[in-house]
Design a protein around this ligand. Sequence first.
Ligand code: A3P
Length: 291
Amino acid sequence: MVAVPADRNYDGKGGCVVFPPFVTQKEMDLIEKKFVVRDSDIFVVAYPKSGTTWMEQIVHLMLNNGVQGDKVLSEAVPWVEGANRYQGLDKLLNQQSNPRRFHSHLLYHLMPGVKLSRAKYIYVARNPKDNAVSFYFHSCSKLGYDGTWDEFFDLYIQGKVGYGSFFAHVLDWWKASKNSNNILFVKYEDMKRDLKQAVKTVADFLQVKLDEELWEAITTQSTFESMANNSKANLDWVAQRPQFPKHMRKGIVGDWRNHFTSEQNEIFETIYAKYMKDSDLQFDFGEGVII
Ligand code: A3P
């Protein structure tokens, strides 16, 4: 039996943000029992709101000859632990595409096949200040969250949001990526700085040969503007609330400065230093960027 992290039990009472309710112990046990990972499988993984959809788009286009096709991204690169909510685990596992492709927000120790298979895992990480802001808007628009930013900030720094603590998630994957050739660790800010280079890095990792035409097709269709205007990528959510931004909200580095008070920034800096002190992982917070 796989242990779903204890902090998934924050249940919306007391203003906490709900962990996706369909990711229960039962779903996790089903995944452990039925999910036979193939060495050819490709997983896009991220802590929520770190650029998961962005990487899904790049991988999808790369494996689909640069063509978007008919499927929305969440079908083309389906969600492992969300399978029960959407197409069902059997359909997810029997997908027609080869290699199979998936996306997930699971913690490292819960991820199917990550220790024993030769499947490929692309992990996207984003600086946690922008991540927190993006997560707040996501919670309001798609998870029915009614709290204020200040309340959400408190939950976020305590790890009382979906998938638990940012730090636990990212640091485990970072450590694992340093010891495995099957995990590519990519940063949102690097993708933002040089998308074309990021596409090349992913292609090299997946051993996909990029000619100039394919490279260009992937890059141009993976910009924020292009994805924001693409209904296959800028997904509508079942319970999306129209007064809040859509999935492609701003797509920038440094937006946190529009939301963090200086007191919140100080608190965050202290927490960040505590969690990151033993790690060589560094993030770009867009300090010098004009927003
Ligand atoms: P913002 O809310 O800051 O705009 P996820 O897919 O993991 O849920 O992450 C969503 C975040 O990634 C959103 O951030 C979204 O705008 C951003 N994003 C998605 N595609 C992007 C792209 N092509 N370029 C830049 N940011 C992108």
